[in-house]
Design a protein around this ligand. Structure first.
Ligand code: ADP
Ligand code: MG
Length: 595
């Protein structure tokens, strides 16, 4: 069966559910839908983006209270009067307000790292919760009552079985746009947040912005859920928007499986039903009323997290009757625009007296170096000589303690690596940096991030389809160029290490650079693969590319490089043509000494 058929079957079941189920079960399904919408945001934020938030319940409250206030207050301030009474207008304002609040809170908290981020979300989660209980006009702990029901096409959605359709339609739409977002250029940037931020920045991705985007989207889903909740219940009070509920949402996400959008639905469903059953059955089993269900519930959650840390969805998928999707390589498309190549021989990159200290250690001392268009410069030296350190300063990952780096005549000390990437510098890493669970094709497509402009909003509806096709066609073309055309849909992590290095070169080429920085590209390659790589690099040079490479393999370097710079103990000890370097006594001394 195709996944699409399964989804249609699921929708069909949903469509008849309210007609067949008793009212109480429909209410449960409504809650599951409302929770799942919040959890979907968490899948995006935590599962995909790697950021843990305990504060989502507060955004649910923000949506609920904004709408409750606007639709029940008799005398709204004049400037708000237009939004009074109608849940739909209130929704509009609730979403705008939530977006603003999320932008501010995100800007304040998303720069925190490690444990501080979740703690930060707890802090503002609690603050908002107390705000709901204390703000004038919000009714204190009693809350606000008599909210109007939502009306749609003239129909008042007063009954559970009616609002059911709205809740689930909104949820499924949210699932769809989330999936569309993740399968786009913006989505690849978002998926790189977990474990690939340095790489993504080097490819021109603004990772902070990507974090902010999913933070706001998750907050909007939560606020939407809050709005639906408020007008389904027809009253609001602060309790459901506190930290407890924030924790429950995280549980739902983890139990369902944070790796997939459907995990959100599963997690919300399983936890809601589990709670319900425990409440119904435990008192009967234990023969008395006590809050046993909370304890048993907690134990079950701990157990599930230990036994199935990836969540239930990956388990379930194995038993679903779904045929594996047959993926077709992207078709050729209009090539992406290319930058004007520099004229051969033009000075591209220059280091002037670059010094880098780590505390007392001088990793680079007064290093000079220049790379021209149409030239391969090799940087060699024993282990620990300071090559990678210099490399990082040239590419904006690190900043020199003193001295200057000039790229295309511009000083780039301290300029973020994504801006340098924009000017045409592209690099690979000594310790391969790719997203192991993502396909080879998509990994390489990240390299072309800056060559397209599709916005987040456009990706929600896949309006950037045409551009996306061009990006993927470019990625495929670069993969074929480096000889990895047969691996498009493999998981990048499953390639041999040598192939992963080649993948990084394809990714770098996707950026259409004028300067290529390669850190030990031939390490781990077999003889034949090295030859192929040397041919590729020679061809790129002949096309006018400037190439700087760090390499250990002497044969590889001597046959390929136009000039060689040799480093030892952070300093330049020789500089010149390969033949001269091979005969240089200082170089021989350094290498013999190192061995
Ligand atoms: P190479 O790439 O030539 O093998 P590196 O540039 O990696 O050498 O390292 C040069 C020296 O700088 C080494 O002694 C290394 O331990 C030190 N070094 C590199 N990065 C750091 C860092 N972030 N903090 C402290 N020392 C570092
Ligand atoms: Mg190194």
């Amino acid at each position: 069966m195709k996944p699409r058929v399964l989804i249609l079957a699921f929708i069909a079941v949903l469509a008849v559910a309210p007609l067949l189920l008793p009212a109480f079960e429909v209410t449960l399904l409504n809650y599951i839908g409302l929770y799942a919408l919040v959890v979907l945001g968490l899948v995006l934020l935590t599962g995909v983006g790697g950021m843990t938030s305990f504060g989502q319940a507060a955004f649910v409250g923000l949506g609920a209270y904004t709408s409750a206030y606007l639709t029940t207050t008799a005398q709204l301030p004049g400037w708000l009067a237009w939004a009074g009474g109608s849940p739909w207008l209130a929704l509009l304002l609730a979403l705008v307000l939530t977006a603003v609040v999320a932008l501010v809170l995100g800007a304040l908290t998303l720069k925190l790292s490690g444990h501080y981020l979740p703690l930060g979300t707890i802090a503002w989660g609690i603050s908002l919760y107390y705000l709901f209980g204390n703000l004038e006009g919000f009714g204190g702990q009693t809350g606000i009552t008599d909210l109007p029901p939502i009306t749609l096409f003239g129909l008042s959605l007063e009954k559970g079985e009616h609002v059911f359709y709205l809740i689930w339609a909104v949820l499924l739409a949210a699932v769809l746009i989330t999936q569309n977002l993740l399968n786009s250029r913006q989505g690849r940037a978002i998926r790189a947040l977990k474990g690939g931020q340095v790489m993504a920045e080097s490819m021109g991705v603004n990772t902070f912005r990507a974090k902010l985007v999913i933070f706001v989207v998750a907050a909007l889903f939560a606020a939407l859920s809050g709005w639906l909740y408020a007008h389904t219940q027809r009253f609001v009070n602060p309790t459901p928007f506190g930290l407890n509920m924030g924790i429950d949402y995280l549980f739902m996400a983890l139990i369902g499986g944070v790796g997939s959008v459907w995990g959100a639905l599963l997690g919300a469903g399983v936890l809601t039903l589990l709670k319900q059953w425990l409440q119904d059955w435990l008192p009967l089993l234990m023969g008395s009323q006590g809050n046993y269900e909370t304890i048993v519930f907690g134990l079950l959650i701990v157990l599930m997290m230990q036994r199935i840390p990836g969540g239930l969805w990956p388990l379930l998928v194995r038993y679903l009757p779904v045929a594996p999707v047959r993926r077709v390589p992207p078709a050729p498309a209009d090539p992406l625009a290319r930058r004007l190549p520099p004229t051969k021989g033009m000075l591209i990159l220059e280091a002037r007296q670059v010094t880098r200290r780590f505390g007392g250690l001088v990793a680079n001392k007064e290093m000079d170096l220049a790379v021209h268009a149409g030239e391969i410069l090799a940087l060699i030296g024993p282990n620990g000589a300071g090559k990678s350190t210099l490399f990082n300063q040239l590419s904006g990952v690190d900043v020199p303690t003193s001295g200057e780096v000039l790229f295309l005549g511009q000083r780039i000390n301290g300029v973020p690596s994504r801006q340098i990437a924009q000017c045409g510098m592209s690099r690979t890493f000594q310790h391969v940096k790719l997203l192991p669970a993502m396909s080879v094709l998509e990994n390489v497509a990240i390299g072309a991030h800056l060559r397209a402009s599709g916005s987040v909003l456009a990706s929600f509806a896949h309006l950037e389809r045409h551009e996306e096709a061009r990006l993927l066609a470019e990625a495929r073309q670069q993969l074929e160029r480096v000889g990895l055309g047969g691996y498009l849909f493999e998981e990048a992590g499953s390639l041999a290490l040598g192939q992963q290095r080649i993948l990084e070169i394809a990714r770098a080429l996707c950026a259409d650079p004028c300067l290529l920085l390669l850190d030990e590209p031939a390490a781990g390659l077999r003889h034949k693969e090295k030859q192929a790589l040397a041919e590729l690099l020679a061809r790129l040079r002949d096309e006018g590319m400037a190439i700087l490479l760090v390499e250990h393999d002497m044969d590889f370097v001597m046959n390929l490089a136009d000039r060689i710079t040799v480093m030892e103990f952070g300093q330049k000890i020789a500089d010149g043509l390969p033949e001269a370097i091979q005969a240089d006594p200082a170089v021989l001394q350094a290498y013999l000494g190192a061995e």
